[in-house]
Write a protein that binds this ligand. Structure first.
Ligand code: NI
Length: 138
């Protein structure tokens, strides 16, 4: 991480007011950290688009009683090889399971896994947390 450099920038007054409001609503003490985080968000978005290595967290909600589904989900994770770093399974109810899967790899590989899981019958919902390895955002 490099040192801080002070910059000045210009923007429309209305836009500045919106920025101040967003920062305040998000609990930021100063707008510099808010703007730094906005830039990081954009960099992470670009990492996903450009196929760089990213970190994703999948939350899969599925029906435990769907025949063969648990094995299919395991097979899909094996198919994505070294990309799957960890997985945690929680039995939410008699019927419903939740699986949280941490994946590292090219953005398109992670979204490929997400889509493959979504297509399985008995999968009720998959949400994807689009994170970063942190290597290119500092
Ligand atoms: Ni379960």
């Amino acid at each position: 991480m490099s040192g801080l450099t002070r910059v000045s920038l210009s923007m429309e007054e209305n836009l500045l007011e919106k920025l101040e409001t967003l920062a305040a609503e998000s609990g930021y003490q100063n707008r510099s950290e808010f703007i730094r985080d906005l830039v990081r968000e954009r960099l992470i978005h670009t990492e996903w688009q450009a196929g760089q290595d990213v970190l994703g967290t999948l939350t899969v909600i599925y029906c435990h009683h769907q025949r063969g589904l648990t094995e299919k989900l395991v097979n899909l994770q094996h198919h994505w090889g070294g990309s799957v770093l960890a997985a945690t399974h929680v039995h939410l109810s008699h019927e419903i399971c939740a699986e949280m899967i941490m994946v590292k790899g090219p953005g398109e590989a992670v979204t490929g896994l997400v889509n493959a899981i979504k297509r399985e019958r008995g999968v009720l919902h998959v949400s994807l947390g689009m994170g970063s390895t942190g290597e290119h955002i500092a």
